[in-house]
Ligand binder design. Structure first.
Ligand code: ADP
Ligand code: MG
Length: 226
C-alpha cells in the first residue's frame, strides 16, 4: 500500500495542569493510506476531535509521533506546517465557520487568499469549486442567506478549493436534518471515490461511520474494539 499519508503513533494529549489535568488521549495509534475513508467514532468526550486536530496539524500532541507524507511535523517550522496543512488538507466542521457578512465566493476562496493566490485565479478556482457543489448561482449571496445544507456545501467548496488530498470532517452532518445530511455525505463519498480524496470523518452517527472503509473506536482516550 506504500507510505501512509498520515501516521500517528502512541499519541498522548493532556489538557490543563495539576489537579485539573485531563488526559484526553492516552496512547492512540493510526495509519491512514491514500484514498481510504476512516471514521473516528465514540461517545462525546472520548477524544475524537482532539485526535482529529492532532492528525490535521491544528494541535500538537504531548507525546507520541506523527508522520505526514513521511515527515515528522514536530521537526518542521510553523510556517512549513501551515503550508503543508494549507496545501494538502481541507476541513469541514459542524459549525461551518463561515464569515457571515462576506459573500459565498469570498468565503470559498479564503484558503487561496491565505496561500497568496492572485485575485483572478482565486475567482476562477472559487467558481469552479462552487460549480462542483451546484452553488454557482449563490456566489454573490451573503453566506448568512443560505440554508444549513447550502452552508455545508459552501464549506465543502471551501475545503476543496486547494485540491486537498485529505479531507477532515468533524461531525459534518451534525447540524443538518437527515435528508440534507445524506446529500452532504453523498458528496463526501463521491469525492473519495472519484478523486481519491482521503476522508477522515469524526462522527457519532453509526450509519455515516459504516459508510467508511473502516472505523477507529475511541473510549476515554483509547482505542477499543467495536
Ligand atoms: P469528542 O470530540 O470525542 O467529543 P474531544 O476530543 O472534544 O471529545 O474532548 C475530549 C475530552 O477533552 C473531553 O472531556 C473534553 O471536555 C476535554 N477537552 C477538549 N478540549 C479541551 C480544552 N481545550 N481544555 C480542556 N479540556 C478539553
Ligand atoms: Mg468532538
Amino acid at each position: 500500500m506504500g507510505t501512509p499519508v498520515l501516521e500517528a503513533h502512541d499519541i498522548h494529549k493532556t489538557y490543563g495542569h495539576g489537579a485539573g489535568a485531563f488526559n484526553a488521549l492516552k496512547g492512540v495509534s493510526l495509519a491512514v493510506h491514500e484514498g481510504e475513508s476512516v471514521a473516528i467514532v465514540g461517545k462525546s468526550g472520548s477524544g475524537k476531535s482532539t485526535l482529529m486536530h492532532i492528525l490535521a496539524l491544528l494541535d500538537a500532541p504531548d507525546a507520541g509521533s506523527l508522520a505526514v507524507k513521511g515527515s515528522d511535523p514536530a521537526r518542521l517550522k510553523g510556517r512549513d506546517i501551515n503550508r503543508l496543512r494549507n496545501e494538502d488538507f481541507g476541513f469541514v466542521f459542524q459549525q461551518f465557520f463561515l464569515v457571515p457578512n462576506a459573500t459565498v465566493l469570498d468565503n470559498v476562496v479564503m484558503p487561496l487568499k491565505i496561500a497568496g493566490v492572485g485575485s483572478a485565479e482565486r475567482t476562477r478556482r472559487g467558481m469552479e469549486a462552487l460549480r462542483a457543489l451546484e452553488l454557482e448561482d449563490k456566489a454573490r449571496n451573503k453566506a448568512t442567506d443560505l440554508s444549513g445544507g447550502q452552508k455545508q456545501r459552501v464549506v465543502i467548496a471551501r475545503a476543496l478549493v486547494n485540491n486537498p488530498r485529505v479531507l477532515f470532517a468533524d461531525e459534518p452532518t451534525g447540524n443538518l436534518d437527515s435528508a440534507t445530511g445524506e446529500v452532504v455525505e453523498d458528496i463526501l463519498f463521491q469525492l473519495n471515490r472519484e478523486q481519491g480524496i482521503t476522508l477522515i470523518i469524526v462522527t457519532h452517527d453509526h450509519e455515516l461511520a459504516s459508510r467508511c472503509d473502516r472505523q477507529l473506536h475511541l473510549r476515554d482516550g483509547l482505542e477499543v474494539a467495536a
